[in-house]
Design a protein around this ligand. Sequence first.
Ligand code: SAM
Length: 205
Amino acid sequence: MKYVIEHMETGFSEWTILEYSQIIRDLGKENLFLTSLPQGTTEADIPSRLVALGLQWTTQEVIDIVGGQEKAKEVCLLDPRATQDLVPADATEFEYFVFGGILGDHPPRDRTGELRKKYGFAGRRLGKLQMTTDTAIRTTQLIVANKTAFEDIKFIDYPELRFSTYEATEMPFRYVLDTNGKPIFPEGMLELIKNDSEQSIDDLL
Ligand code: SAM
């Protein structure tokens, strides 16, 4: 099974770099493709941390990577607006799992809809709440590779990150819990969120 992220943001924010880095570590570099980078992109445009982790990237679209329109039936788009939820048996149905490389927004703007309309791949949902891209990939992996039913995965919705008595941030997403009952974030993400929140508090002063 291969995982594809259609990159839909402009450039690479620090948040995106941390998410993509974690996804490469989770899946193994050979199982992930980052597609649809702007024409003319060169390796110099790819953040060095992603290059160092062995990111496979291309300016081609996902349809070219999977082998053209005749292979489209082997492709599943993970789509928050799909009518069917992903189940372990989908592992035999699909070879490629495609995700929007989209930063989460609240309320969600359905930018995944652009991929739905463009390619017409079969869609599967991962429950009714928005996940970050790395969480959506982690959940997909648990369902199709580990054969865990969605209902058996432990999640936390909208966790509050408390940095001090006065400082807390609510994350408007669903996250997978680790074995210690803590939400799984990409390495470095908590520090980034803390720094960003200090920044915005400073902006108000
Ligand atoms: N706000 C975005 C939108 O407007 O579509 C959602 C982006 S989400 C942060 C990034 C990607 O993760 C989505 O494009 C989708 O592939 C996947 N994803 C996130 N939550 C999902 C869910 N509940 N079901 C299926 N896929 C999901």
